[in-house]
Design a protein around this ligand. Structure first.
Ligand code: UDP
Ligand code: MN
Length: 235
Protein backbone atom coordinates (compact mmCIF):
# COMPACT_ATOMS: atom_id res chain seq x y z
CA UNK A 1 0.00 0.00 0.00
CA UNK A 2 1.16 3.54 -0.69
CA UNK A 3 2.07 5.84 2.23
CA UNK A 4 -0.67 8.00 3.75
CA UNK A 5 -0.38 11.77 3.43
CA UNK A 6 -1.51 13.69 6.52
CA UNK A 7 -2.35 17.27 5.59
CA UNK A 8 -2.41 19.72 8.51
CA UNK A 9 -4.38 22.94 7.96
CA UNK A 10 -5.00 25.59 10.60
CA UNK A 11 -7.94 27.79 9.65
CA UNK A 12 -9.95 30.66 11.11
CA UNK A 13 -13.15 32.48 10.43
CA UNK A 14 -13.09 35.38 7.97
CA UNK A 15 -15.21 36.21 4.92
CA UNK A 16 -13.03 34.24 2.51
CA UNK A 17 -12.74 31.12 4.69
CA UNK A 18 -15.35 29.03 2.92
CA UNK A 19 -13.97 29.96 -0.49
CA UNK A 20 -10.43 29.05 0.59
CA UNK A 21 -11.47 25.70 2.05
CA UNK A 22 -13.64 24.89 -0.97
CA UNK A 23 -10.69 25.48 -3.27
CA UNK A 24 -8.44 23.41 -1.10
CA UNK A 25 -10.96 20.56 -0.83
CA UNK A 26 -11.20 20.52 -4.62
CA UNK A 27 -7.47 19.94 -4.81
CA UNK A 28 -7.25 17.37 -2.03
CA UNK A 29 -10.15 15.28 -3.32
CA UNK A 30 -7.93 14.42 -6.30
CA UNK A 31 -5.24 12.89 -4.08
CA UNK A 32 -5.60 9.29 -2.91
CA UNK A 33 -4.57 7.89 0.50
CA UNK A 34 -4.81 11.29 2.12
CA UNK A 35 -6.17 12.35 5.50
CA UNK A 36 -6.89 16.03 5.97
CA UNK A 37 -6.67 17.42 9.51
CA UNK A 38 -8.32 20.82 9.71
CA UNK A 39 -7.98 22.74 12.98
CA UNK A 40 -10.36 25.62 13.57
CA UNK A 41 -8.68 28.45 15.46
CA UNK A 42 -11.61 28.99 17.80
CA UNK A 43 -13.48 27.47 20.75
CA UNK A 44 -15.81 25.37 18.63
CA UNK A 45 -15.98 24.02 15.09
CA UNK A 46 -18.36 25.47 12.52
CA UNK A 47 -21.00 22.93 11.48
CA UNK A 48 -21.40 24.52 8.03
CA UNK A 49 -17.68 24.13 7.48
CA UNK A 50 -17.91 20.53 8.57
CA UNK A 51 -20.60 19.95 5.94
CA UNK A 52 -18.24 21.32 3.34
CA UNK A 53 -15.63 18.71 4.28
CA UNK A 54 -18.21 15.93 4.36
CA UNK A 55 -19.54 16.72 0.91
CA UNK A 56 -16.00 16.91 -0.50
CA UNK A 57 -15.52 13.18 0.00
CA UNK A 58 -12.04 13.76 1.43
CA UNK A 59 -11.11 11.69 4.49
CA UNK A 60 -10.81 14.28 7.26
CA UNK A 61 -10.73 15.15 10.94
CA UNK A 62 -12.01 18.58 11.93
CA UNK A 63 -11.71 19.96 15.43
CA UNK A 64 -11.27 23.22 17.29
CA UNK A 65 -8.21 24.40 19.16
CA UNK A 66 -7.89 27.86 20.64
CA UNK A 67 -4.57 29.55 21.13
CA UNK A 68 -3.05 28.19 24.28
CA UNK A 69 -3.03 30.91 26.92
CA UNK A 70 0.43 30.05 28.20
CA UNK A 71 2.21 31.09 25.02
CA UNK A 72 3.36 34.69 24.71
CA UNK A 73 3.67 35.45 21.00
CA UNK A 74 0.66 33.55 19.67
CA UNK A 75 2.19 32.67 16.35
CA UNK A 76 -0.70 32.22 13.97
CA UNK A 77 -1.57 28.58 13.49
CA UNK A 78 1.19 27.15 15.71
CA UNK A 79 -1.00 25.80 18.52
CA UNK A 80 -3.42 24.44 15.93
CA UNK A 81 -0.67 22.62 14.05
CA UNK A 82 0.67 21.21 17.32
CA UNK A 83 -2.78 19.91 18.25
CA UNK A 84 -2.91 18.17 14.86
CA UNK A 85 0.46 16.55 15.56
CA UNK A 86 -0.92 15.34 18.91
CA UNK A 87 -3.85 13.85 17.03
CA UNK A 88 -1.64 12.01 14.55
CA UNK A 89 0.29 10.45 17.43
CA UNK A 90 -3.01 9.37 18.95
CA UNK A 91 -4.62 7.84 15.85
CA UNK A 92 -1.73 6.63 13.71
CA UNK A 93 0.29 3.45 14.01
CA UNK A 94 3.89 4.52 13.31
CA UNK A 95 4.73 1.25 11.59
CA UNK A 96 2.40 2.26 8.76
CA UNK A 97 4.19 4.54 6.24
CA UNK A 98 2.93 8.11 6.33
CA UNK A 99 4.09 11.66 5.68
CA UNK A 100 3.08 15.00 7.17
CA UNK A 101 2.57 18.21 5.22
CA UNK A 102 1.59 21.58 6.69
CA UNK A 103 -0.73 23.13 4.15
CA UNK A 104 -2.19 26.57 4.84
CA UNK A 105 -5.69 27.17 3.55
CA UNK A 106 -4.78 30.00 1.16
CA UNK A 107 -1.86 28.48 -0.74
CA UNK A 108 -1.97 26.84 -4.17
CA UNK A 109 -0.90 23.24 -4.61
CA UNK A 110 -0.14 21.25 -7.76
CA UNK A 111 -1.23 17.62 -7.68
CA UNK A 112 2.29 16.56 -8.60
CA UNK A 113 3.80 17.67 -5.32
CA UNK A 114 1.61 15.29 -3.30
CA UNK A 115 2.79 12.25 -5.23
CA UNK A 116 6.39 13.35 -4.80
CA UNK A 117 6.18 14.06 -1.07
CA UNK A 118 4.39 10.76 -0.40
CA UNK A 119 7.66 8.82 -0.39
CA UNK A 120 9.62 11.21 1.85
CA UNK A 121 12.25 9.23 3.73
CA UNK A 122 12.78 11.76 6.49
CA UNK A 123 12.61 15.38 5.31
CA UNK A 124 11.93 16.44 1.74
CA UNK A 125 12.00 19.95 0.29
CA UNK A 126 11.12 21.85 -2.86
CA UNK A 127 10.78 25.44 -4.09
CA UNK A 128 7.86 27.63 -3.00
CA UNK A 129 6.67 30.26 -5.44
CA UNK A 130 5.78 33.83 -4.37
CA UNK A 131 7.35 33.36 -0.96
CA UNK A 132 9.52 35.46 1.33
CA UNK A 133 9.31 38.56 -0.80
CA UNK A 134 10.90 36.76 -3.75
CA UNK A 135 9.56 35.14 -6.89
CA UNK A 136 10.41 31.88 -5.16
CA UNK A 137 12.37 30.51 -2.23
CA UNK A 138 14.33 27.31 -2.77
CA UNK A 139 17.11 25.06 -1.60
CA UNK A 140 20.10 25.14 -3.97
CA UNK A 141 21.19 21.67 -5.01
CA UNK A 142 24.61 20.40 -6.02
CA UNK A 143 25.24 16.72 -6.75
CA UNK A 144 21.84 15.85 -5.30
CA UNK A 145 22.53 17.60 -1.97
CA UNK A 146 21.33 20.88 -0.53
CA UNK A 147 24.31 23.24 -0.35
CA UNK A 148 22.49 26.48 0.50
CA UNK A 149 19.19 28.31 0.23
CA UNK A 150 17.84 31.18 -1.80
CA UNK A 151 15.42 32.58 0.75
CA UNK A 152 14.51 35.36 3.13
CA UNK A 153 16.84 35.59 6.13
CA UNK A 154 18.92 32.62 4.98
CA UNK A 155 21.88 33.85 7.05
CA UNK A 156 20.02 33.50 10.33
CA UNK A 157 17.90 30.44 9.65
CA UNK A 158 19.36 26.95 9.36
CA UNK A 159 16.32 25.79 7.37
CA UNK A 160 15.14 28.94 5.59
CA UNK A 161 12.00 27.53 4.06
CA UNK A 162 8.28 28.24 4.18
CA UNK A 163 5.83 25.75 5.71
CA UNK A 164 4.64 24.90 2.19
CA UNK A 165 8.09 23.79 1.09
CA UNK A 166 8.74 20.61 3.07
CA UNK A 167 7.25 17.30 4.18
CA UNK A 168 8.27 15.01 7.02
CA UNK A 169 8.07 11.27 7.34
CA UNK A 170 5.59 10.71 10.18
CA UNK A 171 8.09 8.50 12.01
CA UNK A 172 10.00 11.59 13.17
CA UNK A 173 7.12 12.32 15.56
CA UNK A 174 8.00 9.22 17.54
CA UNK A 175 11.78 9.35 17.06
CA UNK A 176 12.27 12.99 18.06
CA UNK A 177 9.37 13.46 20.43
CA UNK A 178 8.31 16.16 21.17
CA UNK A 179 8.28 17.34 17.54
CA UNK A 180 6.20 20.45 18.05
CA UNK A 181 6.30 24.07 16.97
CA UNK A 182 7.62 26.42 19.61
CA UNK A 183 4.81 28.89 20.05
CA UNK A 184 7.04 31.57 21.51
CA UNK A 185 9.42 31.62 18.54
CA UNK A 186 9.97 34.82 16.61
CA UNK A 187 7.87 35.16 13.48
CA UNK A 188 9.69 33.53 10.60
CA UNK A 189 11.59 31.11 12.83
CA UNK A 190 8.77 28.59 13.19
CA UNK A 191 9.82 26.25 10.39
CA UNK A 192 13.52 26.25 11.11
CA UNK A 193 13.04 25.68 14.84
CA UNK A 194 10.88 22.63 14.19
CA UNK A 195 13.21 21.10 11.62
CA UNK A 196 16.28 21.71 13.76
CA UNK A 197 14.75 19.29 16.28
CA UNK A 198 14.96 16.34 13.95
CA UNK A 199 17.13 16.90 10.90
CA UNK A 200 20.36 18.10 9.41
CA UNK A 201 20.68 19.96 6.12
CA UNK A 202 22.60 16.97 4.70
CA UNK A 203 19.53 14.77 5.20
CA UNK A 204 17.25 16.90 3.04
CA UNK A 205 15.81 15.03 0.09
CA UNK A 206 15.28 17.48 -2.78
CA UNK A 207 12.08 16.98 -4.78
CA UNK A 208 10.53 18.78 -7.78
CA UNK A 209 13.31 17.63 -10.12
CA UNK A 210 16.16 18.62 -7.83
CA UNK A 211 14.30 21.79 -6.85
CA UNK A 212 14.12 23.00 -10.44
CA UNK A 213 10.32 23.34 -10.54
CA UNK A 214 7.79 25.43 -8.64
CA UNK A 215 4.90 23.13 -7.69
CA UNK A 216 3.42 25.09 -4.77
CA UNK A 217 2.73 28.79 -4.37
CA UNK A 218 2.44 30.90 -1.25
CA UNK A 219 -0.57 32.74 -2.62
CA UNK A 220 -2.47 35.13 -0.36
CA UNK A 221 -6.07 36.12 -0.78
CA UNK A 222 -6.95 39.79 -0.73
CA UNK A 223 -9.32 40.84 2.02
CA UNK A 224 -12.57 41.71 0.24
CA UNK A 225 -13.94 45.23 0.51
CA UNK A 226 -17.61 44.93 1.41
CA UNK A 227 -20.03 47.86 1.26
CA UNK A 228 -23.27 45.98 1.73
CA UNK A 229 -23.63 43.33 4.38
CA UNK A 230 -26.45 40.91 3.72
CA UNK A 231 -26.53 37.84 5.90
CA UNK A 232 -29.45 36.01 4.28
CA UNK A 233 -27.07 33.69 2.50
CA UNK A 234 -24.04 32.03 3.99
CA UNK A 235 -20.89 33.19 2.16
N1 UDP B 1 -4.50 31.09 10.68
C1 UDP B 1 -5.15 30.73 11.87
N2 UDP B 1 -5.42 31.70 12.80
C2 UDP B 1 -5.09 33.02 12.61
C3 UDP B 1 -4.42 33.37 11.42
C4 UDP B 1 -4.12 32.38 10.49
O1 UDP B 1 -5.47 29.57 12.05
O2 UDP B 1 -5.37 33.85 13.49
C5 UDP B 1 -4.22 30.06 9.67
C6 UDP B 1 -4.61 30.46 8.24
O3 UDP B 1 -5.96 30.07 7.97
C7 UDP B 1 -3.60 29.71 7.40
C8 UDP B 1 -2.37 29.68 8.30
O4 UDP B 1 -2.83 29.87 9.63
O5 UDP B 1 -4.01 28.39 7.12
C9 UDP B 1 -1.37 30.76 7.94
O6 UDP B 1 -1.99 32.03 8.01
P1 UDP B 1 -1.85 33.08 6.84
O7 UDP B 1 -2.16 32.42 5.54
O8 UDP B 1 -2.64 34.30 7.19
O9 UDP B 1 -0.28 33.42 6.94
P2 UDP B 1 0.69 34.01 5.84
O10 UDP B 1 0.14 33.76 4.47
O11 UDP B 1 0.75 35.45 6.17
O12 UDP B 1 1.97 33.30 6.08
MN1 MN C 1 -1.11 32.34 3.78
Amino acid sequence: DIPIIFIITPTYYRLVQKAELTRMANTLRLVKQLHWIIVEDFEVINLKTKELFQSSGVSFTYFAQTKRKTTKNHIRGADQRNAALDLIMAIHNPSIPAVIYFADDDNTYSLEIFEQMRYTKKLSMWPVGLSGGRTYETPIIKDGKVIKFLAWNSEKRKFPIDMAGFALNAKVLWTYNPMRFSTDADAGMLETKLLERCCTVEEIEPLADNCSKVLVWHTRTQKPTIYIFDNSLEV
